[in-house]
Design a protein around this ligand. Structure first.
Ligand code: HEM
Length: 165
C-alpha cells in the first residue's frame, strides 16, 4: 500500500476532490500551509509531492482530529534495523485515549521516514507524549545518543484536520 502527500495553499489544493472524485483525500493544516494526504493501491497524482510505502498501519484515518508526523532521516544501511524496531514496538500507543491511527511510512525516494499518528485532539497527543507509554516506546529518552544511521535530527510537524467541501 502507498501513501502520498503534498503541501500547498488551500485555494489550489481544494480543487483536487473535484478533479479526482474517486480519491478519499485527507486535508490538514498548519498555519497558512495545507497538506493533502491519501493512501491505498493508487497512483501518484501529485506533480510535486512525496510518496511512501506503508510499512505498518493501525487504525482508520479520520477526517477530523490532530496529526503529528515525526520525520526521521535514516541512512540506507540503517533502514532494515529501523523498520525492525517498529515491527517489535509495543503497540502501547493504540490503547491511549484519543488514538485514531498510526502509520510508518517508508519514502519511495530519499531517506526521510514518517511516523504518523492521528489523535482526536491535540491534548490527547500531549497526554501520550507525557505518558509512561511514550517513555517505554522511546527507552533511550529524548537525550539519548541517536543511532549512527540517523542522518540528521528527526523533526516533528503537526496539523489540524480540516473539512473541505
Ligand atoms: C525525536 C525523537 C524520536 C525518535 C528518535 C523516535 C524514534 C522511534 C523509534 C526508533 C521507535 C521504535 C520503538 C523502539 O525503538 O523500540 C519509536 C516508536 C514510536 N514513535 Fe518515536 N521517536 C521520536 C519521537 C516521536 C514523536 C514526537 C512521535 C509522535 C508522532 C513518535 C511516534 C512514535 C510512535 C507512535 C511509536 C510506536 C509506539 C508504540 O508502539 O506504542 N515518536 N520511535
Amino acid at each position: 500500500m502507498n501513501a502520498y502527500m503534498t503541501n500547498g495553499t488551500l485555494d489550489f489544493l481544494k480543487k483536487l476532490p473535484e478533479k479526482h472524485p474517486d480519491i478519499p483525500f485527507y486535508f490538514m493544516k498548519e498555519g497558512t500551509s495545507t497538506l493533502v494526504y491519501y493512501e491505498g493501491n493508487r497512483k501518484n497524482i501529485f506533480a510535486s509531492g512525496r510518496s511512501y510505502e506503508i510499512v505498518t498501519e493501525n487504525g482508520d484515518l479520520q477526517t477530523d482530529g490532530f496529526v503529528v508526523m515525526n520525520n526521521i532521516p535514516v541512512a540506507d544501511e540503517g533502514k532494515a534495523t529501523f523498520e525492525d524496531k517498529f515491527k517489535q514496538r509495543q503497540q502501547n500507543v493504540e490503547s491511549m485515549k484519543g488514538f485514531q491511527a498510526f502509520r510508518l511510512l517508508r519514502p519511495t525516494n530519499g531517506n526521510t521516514y514518517v511516523v504518523m499518528t492521528q489523535w482526536a485532539s491535540e491534548s490527547d497527543y500531549d497526554n501520550w507524549k507525557n505518558s509512561d507509554q511514550f517513555k517505554q516506546a522511546h527507552k533511550g529518552g529524548a537525550d539519548a545518543k541517536p543511532p549512527a544511521y540517523f542522518l540528521d535530527q528527526p523533526f516533528v510537524t503537526s496539523y489540524y484536520m480540516i473539512e473541505v467541501d
